[in-house]
Design a protein around this ligand. Structure first.
Ligand code: SAM
Length: 258
């Protein structure tokens, strides 16, 4: 696709620019979740080296730091100026990361100029991520790597919940905002069905190389009983073991641009 045609939907990330909301604070007390994500990324990238990685919708750069271990250069591409302002402090000792105000559907990078893209916790704001997948496929080199994490509507507990009601897990994105938040104009917040996302990725020119099941033990009760260290060690074992079942609330994919 021609680079100049990449002007697509403009999607905002308003809440991340709200001075009353600090996304960095969300991570206080979520050491298990953060560790689970780093474990997945390390497993999916083990033994690989890249020239230029882009952390799309990377927020304040929580995971851009980890990407510097795998890539010579990292770009944090993020549409929220507030997140980029926090990133300036968070990444002050990480010289390899450049920060750019960008939407995922319009990355303003040359065709085939990137060899690694990471997208984590962004898809829940994109009910239809087709333009974003097309744009990521455009900027990636043939053979380039795309690591994608998204919230899984078909996780094990949800499948049980739907089955109890005699229903199937919907293939369409499921809006999980409260009525009050919808009324207040909160940006979209959806969970996706893995099969729908995989099909969309294939249509955009990707093939799935690896799947992991993520945050399998995300539960305040389990945290209280076992403590985070035990949960993190179990998580390491469960991510590949439960992958084919799409068990956990988070799905990880390593994709290859064809
Ligand atoms: C939950 S945060 C995740 C941040 C980071 N990936 C992480 O895991 O820490 C969601 C991020 O997605 C960004 N975002 C929302 N809509 C976006 C879009 N259309 N393109 C790129 N990023 C977007 C938000 O600004 C926010 O930083």
């Amino acid at each position: 696709m021609a680079e100049t045609k990449a002007k697509k939907t403009v999607r905002m990330a308003d809440q991340y620019d709200d001075p009353k909301y600090n996304y960095q604070d969300y991570w206080a007390g979520r050491e298990y979740e953060h560790a689970a994500e780093e474990i997945a990324i390390k497993r999916l990238l083990r033994g690989r080296k890249f020239e230029h990685a882009v952390d799309v919708g990377g927020g304040y750069g929580r995971l851009s730091k980890l990407l510097t271990k795998y890539a010579q250069k990292v770009t944090l591409a993020e549409p929220s100026q507030q997140q980029l302002d926090i990133a300036k402090i968070y990444l002050k000792d990480t010289s390899k990361v450049e920060q750019k105000l960008l939407q995922a559907a319009d990355l303003k990078m040359k065709n085939g100029s990137i060899d690694l893209v990471l997208v984590v916790r962004v898809l829940h704001h994109l009910p239809n991520p087709k333009p974003e997948f097309t744009e990521i496929a455009r900027v990636l080199k043939p053979g380039g790597t795309f690591i994608l994490e998204f919230a899984n509507d078909a996780h094990f507990l949800n499948r049980v919940r739907y089955a109890v009601k005699g229903k199937k897990v919907p293939k369409m994105p499921v809006d999980i905002r409260s009525k009050a938040n919808i009324k207040a104009g909160e940006i979209p917040f959806v969970n996706h069905h893995p099969k729908t996302i995989v099909k969309m990725l294939q249509d955009a020119g990707f093939e799935v190389e690896a799947v992991l099941s993520g945050s399998n033990l995300r539960s305040p009760t389990l945290k209280r009983i076992f403590g985070k260290n035990i949960l993190i060690n179990l998580e390491k074992v469960l991510q590949p073991m439960f992958a084919s079942l799409y068990f956990g609330p988070s799905v990880w994919l390593r994709l290859r641009k064809k």
